[in-house]
Design a binder for this molecule. Structure first.
Ligand SMILES: *Cc1c(COP(=O)(O)O)cnc(C)c1O
Length: 471
C-alpha cells in the first residue's frame, strides 16, 4: 500500500474551516428550531476538502479483500464469483426505485419476479412454495422452526419442545432453536463425520418437534442415511429441517424435497451469488413441502431483501437449466482436488470423498508449534483470503476450505503450491509463519484485546492516548 494518507484517521486530516461542499442558498425562509432540538455546542466533525475525503475512503476501500481481488476459500460461506450482470440487474431503476407502499398494480414486474424465483427454487429443491421474507440463513432457520412449531400447535401437539441438532452443526442452528423457545438436543457424529443414526434413535420420542440437518454437512460430507433418518423422524411425529447453506454441491444432483425434508432455507447470497463478505446483504427464503404452506409466518414487512432476490434470479437465468447442473459437480471436483493435493502435509481427519468443502485439522507435522491461525495469517502474505478456521468445533485446529465451482485449475494449482510452501516454512522457519502477516497494511492483530477492549471512536482513542501520555 503506497500512499501517505493510509493509516490516517479522517479526524487527523481535519483542518479548521475546510469544507467539502457548500450548502445551497436557503430557499425556504427562516425557521426557528425549537430550543430543545438545538445543539449547545458544535458537532465535532472532521473538516476536510472534497478531494481529501475521496482519497481517504478510496484508499481504505483498496484494503478490502473480496472475491474480485483473489481466491477466497472461506469454508461454509460459498464465496463464489458474483457476476457483474447481477449488479446491473439489481440496479435497474424500474426495480430499484420501487416503493414498497406504491399501488400493487404498478409493481407487477416485481411481483412476477417473486413468482418466477419461487418457481425456480421449488423446482431446484422439490418443495411446494417459498417465503422470501427472511433476511439471512439464520433468520430463515428461525422462520422454519416457527413453521414447525405452528404445525404442531395446530394439531394440539403441545409437548414437542425439543430440536435435535448434530454436533457438527453450524452455531446458528442451536441458536435459532433457542430463540424460537425450543430446547436443543445434540446428536453425536460417528468417526466418519456423519450423524450417528443409532444415537439418534435413542433421542426420538413424542417430545421432539424437529431435527435440523445440513447436507452435505459442515465437514463437507454427504449424509447417506437421510431416507432412513427422515423415516425415523417422521415416525415419531417430528419434522425434518434442511439447513440449505450447503445447497451448492446439490444443485443438479439431488433435491432436499425428494429426500424427505419438510422445511428448508436457502442462503440466496451463498448459492445464488450476492457479495456477502462482512455480514451482508443476504436473503434466507424458507421453503415448505405441500401441506405446510399455511404455517409460513410473516417475519418481516414487504418482500424481504428484494435486490438479493433479483441477483439470484439473474444468476439462475444466466446459468440456465443445463449449466446449473454443473455447479455441484465442479464445486465437488475442485474441493477434492485440493484435498488430495495437500493431505500429505495437512492432517485430514476424515479421509474419503468430500463434497464442496473439507476440513483439515491443521498441519500434519505437529512438532513445529505452527497453528491453523498461523497458516491462515501467512496466506494473507501470499494474497489469499484465509479459509475458515477453528470451525467446525469437532477438531482443535480446523481449517475449512471451500473453493467453489468458479476457480480455474491455474488458480487452484497456485493455491496448492502456496499451501505447500507454508507447510515447508513451518518446518524450516516457523517464526516466519508464526509472526505473519508481514506484507499487509496491518500486521498480526491482538484478537483478544480487540474483542475485550475495542476502541471504536476517535474520541475514545484521543481520551485513551491522553491518559497513557500523562506523566
Ligand atoms: C452460513 C451458514 C448459516 C447461516 O447463514 P447466514 O446467512 O449467515 O445467516 C447456517 N448454516 C450453515 C451451515 C452456514 O454455512
Amino acid at each position: 500500500m503506497n500512499n501517505q494518507l493510509y493509516g490516517h484517521l479522517i479526524f487527523e486530516l481535519s483542518h479548521e474551516g475546510r469544507c467539502a461542499y457548500s450548502l445551497p442558498k436557503n430557499r425556504f425562509g427562516d425557521y426557528e428550531l425549537q430550543s430543545y432540538l438545538r445543539r449547545a455546542t458544535d458537532a465535532q466533525l472532521p473538516e476536510c476538502d472534497e478531494l481529501t475525503v475521496v482519497r481517504h475512503y478510496t484508499n481504505h476501500s483498496a484494503n478490502n479483500f473480496g472475491v474480485n481481488n483473489g481466491f477466497y476459500p472461506l469454508g461454509s460461506c460459498t464465496m463464489k464469483y458474483n457476476p457483474c450482470i447481477n449488479e446491473e440487474v439489481a440496479a435497474m431503476p424500474q426495480f430499484a426505485n420501487l416503493h414498497p407502499l406504491q399501488p400493487a398494480e404498478t409493481t407487477r414486474g416485481a411481483q412476477a419476479l417473486v413468482t418466477l424465483l419461487n418457481h425456480s427454487l421449488c423446482e431446484l429443491t422439490g418443495l411446494a412454495t417459498f417465503t422470501f421474507k427472511p433476511f439471512a440463513g439464520a433468520h430463515g432457520e428461525l422462520t422454519g422452526l416457527m413453521v414447525i412449531r405452528g404445525y404442531h400447535e395446530s394439531r394440539g401437539d403441545l409437548k414437542r419442545t425439543k430440536v435435535i441438532v448434530p454436533d457438527s452443526a453450524h452455531g446458528t442452528n442451536p441458536a435459532s432453536a433457542a430463540v424460537c423457545g425450543l430446547e436443543v438436543v445434540e446428536v453425536k457424529s460417528l468417526e466418519d463425520g456423519t450423524v450417528d443414526v443409532e444415537h439418534l434413535r435413542t433421542l426420538l420420542d413424542d417430545t421432539v418437534a424437529a431435527m435440523m440437518m445440513t447436507n452435505p454437512n459442515t465437514l463437507g460430507l454427504f449424509e447417506k442415511h437421510i431416507p432412513e433418518i427422515a423415516a425415523m423422524v417422521h415416525d415419531c411425529g417430528a419434522l425434518l429441517y434442511y439447513d440449505g447453506a450447503n445447497l451448492n454441491p446439490m444443485l443438479g444432483a439431488c433435491r432436499p424435497g425428494d429426500m424427505g425434508f419438510d422445511v428448508m432455507h436457502i442462503n440466496l447470497h451463498k448459492t445464488f451469488s450476492t457479495p456477502h463478505g462482512g455480514g451482508g446483504p443476504g436473503a434466507g427464503p424458507v421453503g415448505v413441502r405441500k401441506g405446510l404452506e399455511d404455517f409460513l409466518p410473516c417475519v418481516s414487512p414487504y418482500q424481504g431483501n428484494f435486490a438479493v432476490m433479483m441477483r439470484a434470479y439473474a444468476y439462475i437465468l444466466t446459468l440456465g437449466r443445463e449449466n446449473l447442473k454443473m455447479v455441484g459437480p465442479l464445486a465437488t471436483l475442485n474441493a477434492n482436488y485440493i484435498k488430495e493435493s495437500l493431505k500429505d502435509l495437512y492432517l485430514l481427519p476424515i479421509d474419503g470423498l468430500c463434497k464442496h468443502e473439507f476440513v483439515f485439522d491443521g498441519l500434519k507435522d505437529k512438532s513445529t508449534d505452527v497453528t491453523t491461525m498461523d497458516v491462515a495469517k501467512r496466506l494473507l502474505d501470499y494474497g489469499y483470503h484465509a479459509p475458515t478456521i477453528y470451525f467446525p468445533l469437532l477438531f482443535h485446529e480446523s481449517l475449512m476450505i471451500e473453493p467453489t465451482e468458479n476457480e480455474s485449475k491455474d488458480t487452484i494449482d497456485r493455491f496448492i503450491e502456496v499451501m505447500r510452501r507454508i507447510a515447508q516454512e513451518a518446518a524450516e522457519c516457523p517464526e516466519e509463519v508464526k509472526s505473519a502477516p508481514h506484507h499487509t497494511p496491518i500486521g498480526r492483530v491482538d484478537d483478544v484485546l480487540a474483542a475485550k477492549h475495542p476502541v471504536v471512536t476517535w474520541r475514545q482513542l484521543q481520551a485513551e492516548t491522553a491518559q497513557t501520555e500523562q506523566p
